[in-house]
Design a protein. Structure first.
Length: 95
């Protein structure tokens, strides 16, 4: 499928971007190449292939939730770059 300047201008309008004439030529060629590739993919026989949502079988790899006691204040502040008493000190963000 060949993409022309009108279609590139329409996509640019939807994306709210301005394109120069050179960019329109460039993107028309690139979009045409992408759509030609998809046309080639349509030629592949996939009748015996089941639809999938992922290429590989994946499972959730997060750990199970466990109820544990909270950290002691000293442990929580152990690696803090700046602490004041029982609190983390952070740079002021309001003037």
């Amino acid at each position: 499928m060949k993409v022309d300047h009108t279609e590139v201008e329409h996509v640019a309008l939807l994306a709210r971007i301005a394109l120069s004439a050179r960019e329109k030529d460039l993107y028309a060629g690139q979009l045409s190449a992408i759509l030609e590739f998809f046309d080639r993919l349509k030629e592949i026989d996939t009748t015996d292939i089941e639809p999938t949502s992922h290429v590989r079988e994946i499972t959730n790899v997060v750990r199970n939730d466990e109820v544990r006691p909270p950290l002691e204040v000293e442990q929580a502040l152990n690696n803090a770059p700046d602490a004041s008493g029982r609190f983390f000190r952070v740079p002021r963000i309001l003037g």
